[in-house]
Design a protein around this ligand. Structure first.
Ligand code: PLP
Length: 381
């Protein structure tokens, strides 16, 4: 059943429709000028030298790990409180995920827990900027330097966020973005890898395109032929239509982030009087947030499923956001390396609830959500 007030909704204007339609009037539906322009614009926005667009955030994580040479025998530290794509990418390169506890305010990796998780096999820290809040990047960067580890940022949920004034995605050896339709900007499906190293950028472009050294469009006279594959690769290309869509969305990013901030501020005011409800922080020291989702913590003891069911009956969609990785059915019974006790992650994850949140959500819709939530909480308490 489609919810009357959905959890998320893409914000597509006539400008996006026109840009995608214009591509359809050309013969270039893949690997053309939209890709090159989108990559250049993403790199400029993030103050890095290269952006390599790929077919999803997960593909970006996979290629980031491959390009940095992370593989069998290596450990990668990541939060358990995150989206499953992060751990899947680590497993895809046959490395071992090592889960670490989070900070209760930012819901990001707790640097002390990361330090504790470092072993002689650790190769990388995968810092996810959860829900658009930048991780503690200064400490994680210093820690990765001291232990000679790679720092990979997963900024899929945090495009435009800043730490100490510097944009998320520009701190690590590599960073990954995701453009699924629930994200701040979308390409339908899609993602990108951000980086400074030119050799790594060339490798990423090769790996996303079946191991081809160059595309015919990029260098028509290249000695390497379209059918010459210099290493095993993948099809992780992003179409011209997706890139055209992404370019317009990126042009609108300031407006989009402002709309989302306003929506978050409205929820903050509307929910302030709900007893026991923990609202997400609107302001955090040293950070500029990029609002991805609006996730509250229900009062202790409130039955989340019953709250969700009560909201669904009124046509309001919600999400659990996230069931910790180590508690996912697929890994609950397994011996995932580093799985210990994550009491904070578990106690927070039990209570989280994502409310409808998108650029064009109206104050009336938000009031309705807040009232329904208040009533649901009091009736199931
Ligand atoms: C933190 C994080 N990493 C990676 C991904 C994967 O992105 P995609 O769905 O584009 O593969 C997502 C989201 O959807 C995400 O939230």
């Amino acid at each position: 059943m489609t919810a009357r007030i959905p959890l998320s909704a893409p914000d597509i204007t006539e400008a996006e429709v026109a840009a995608v339609t214009a591509v359809l009037r050309t013969p270039y539906l893949s690997q053309g000028s939209e890709l090159a322009a989108f990559e250049a614009e993403l790199a400029a926005y993030h103050d890095v030298d290269h952006a390599v667009a790929v077919s999803s955030g997960t593909a970006g994580l996979h290629l980031a790990l491959l390009t940095l040479g992370v593989g069998e025998g290596d450990e990668v530290i990541l939060p358990s409180f995150t989206f499953v794509a992060v751990v899947n990418a680590v497993l895809q390169v046959r490395a071992s995920p090592v889960l670490a506890e989070i900070d209760p305010v930012t819901l990001n990796l707790d640097p002390a827990a990361v330090e504790h998780a470092v072993s002689p096999r650790t190769r990388a820290i995968l810092a996810v900027h959860t829900f658009g809040i930048p991780a503690q990047l200064d400490v994680l960067k210093e820690l990765s330097r001291r232990h000679q580890l790679l720092l990979i940022e997963d900024a899929s949920e945090a495009i435009g966020a800043r730490f100490d004034g510097r944009i998320a995605g520009s701190f690590g050896d590599l960073a990954v973005l995701g453009f699924y339709p629930n994200k701040q900007i979308t390409t339908g499906e899609g993602g990108a890898v951000l980086l400074r190293d030119s050799a790594h950028a060339a490798r990423l472009r090769r790996l996303r395109n079946q191991g081809r050294d160059s595309s015919p469009d990029a260098s028509p006279d290249a000695s390497v032929d379209w059918l010459d594959h210099v290493e095993p690769g993948y099809n992780y290309r992003l179409s011209e239509l997706a890139c055209a869509l992404g370019r317009v969305q990126l042009q609108r990013i300031d407006e989009i982030l402002a709309l989302r901030r306003q929506a978050a501020e409205r929820y903050d005011a509307l929910l302030a009087d709900v007893p026991g409800l923990v609202r997400p922080p609107l302001l955090l020291p040293r950070r500029e947030l990029s609002w991805f989702v609006y996730v509250v913590r229900l009062p202790e003891g409130a039955d989340r499923e019953r709250v969700q069911a009560a909201l669904v009956r009124r046509g309001i969609a919600t999400g659990r956001y996230f069931a910790p990785i180590h508690m996912q059915p697929v890994w609950r019974a397994s011996n995932m390396t580093g799985v210990g006790h994550f009491s904070l992650t578990e106690s927070i994850a039990r209570r989280t609830l994502a409310l409808p949140f998108f650029n064009r959500i109206t104050e009336g819709q938000q009031r309705e959500v807040a009232n329904a939530l208040r009533e649901a909480i009091s009736s199931v308490a």
